[in-house]
Structures are given as structure tokens and as C-alpha cells.
Unconditional design. Sequence first.
Length: 234
Amino acid sequence: MTGTLYGLGVGPGDPELVTLKAIRVLRGLPVVAYPAPEDGASFARSVVASRLSPAQTEIAIRVPMTRSAAPAQAVYDRAALEIAGHLEADRDVGVLCQGDPFFYGSFIQIFDRLAAKFPTRVVPGVSSLTACAAAAGLPLVTRDEILTVLPATLSETELEKHLKQAESAAILKLGRHLSKARRVLKRLGLVERASYIEHASLESQKILPLDAADPASAPYFSMILVRRGRKGER
């Protein structure tokens, strides 16, 4: 017998957007893990802090925010070993994940290392994509339109290639890449159809025309939404 690994989506930040299922599962877990910066508190943990019990063992997965992937991979390797120890001792472990575990979620790193060895269940969460659309009052797609989801970490050339064909697009992980994404959208004549959203569902939420967004202060958790419809409708 082993414990079960749970990936728990805790949504974009508003505690009221955590699902009833995620709360039910969380309350029954002896061990809870979550990503955190090298220094400071975990955002994912803060969303459900009032639901945690002092009796639960907590594992902070402290991931360095560097451009190189190697340090983060080493951290996830160590975290997976620690989590595996609890699972082997027949203790269920829940890994908190901002947004949805399988939509650019940090939980995927643990899933890839442990899902083949232990029973694994994923509880979906409200993703940043749908949270940003709801906050901005912007429908993403309708009927048979196609939604293109792009990480802003792509090269300028790659972003332009995909956006040229997009009917509706979401550009995620902006941060220091905001200026690059805006340059591409300007070249394509799409700036007026684009909206900028940061910290969706939080008190610090901002919704701005793309030209009004400040590249110097754009957080990693910000997004651009663009919708132009099919060619015949533009």
C-alpha cells in the first residue's frame, strides 16, 4: 500500500474560486506541498491558508527564479524524493498549484517524476486564462473560433508567426517580456484589440489597454488577451 499523490488546483488567487472538491481533499491530507520562492511566502499556500491544519506536514518547494532551468530541476528532484518518502509510508500528499495543475502548472514537474510510481489524482482549478477573461469581461472564443495560447517567453519571431494566424490569442507569462509582445502586436496592427490583465481575481487586479501597461512593473502573472475573429469578420 502507498499513499496517493494529489495535484490540487487552487485557482488564480481569490479563495472563493477554490473548488469544493479541492477543499474537501485538502482537509483530509496528512501532507501538503507547495511551490514557493527562495525567500518569502508561497502564493499557492496563501490562497488556502485558512483551510490548513497545524497537524498537517508541510513541504515548501523553494524554486529559484533564474533563467536557467537546471537549478529548478534539481529542486524538483529533491522535492519528489521527499514526497515519495511520505507516499511510500502510506501518507497521501497534496501538491498545491496556482491555477490549474495541468495548465502550465508547477505540479507537472512532480507529476512527471512520480505519477508512474504512485496512484495520482488531479483536481482541476480555475485557470489564469479563464480568470483573466472573466475579470476583463472579454469572451475568449465562440462557435468554431480557435484559441491560440502562447507563452511570452517565446522568441519575437515565434510569437509573430503564431499571432499572424490567430483568431483569438492569450499571451501568458509576461513579466519582462511585455515590451516584446507589444512590439509584435503593433506590427500586426492588433494593439487596439488587445487588453492587458494582471493579478486577476485579486485586490491588486489591473485591467488596462495594452498601450497603458508599464513594462517596468508587469508581473510574471499577467496576460494579454487578443480577439479579432475570422478573416471575413475583421
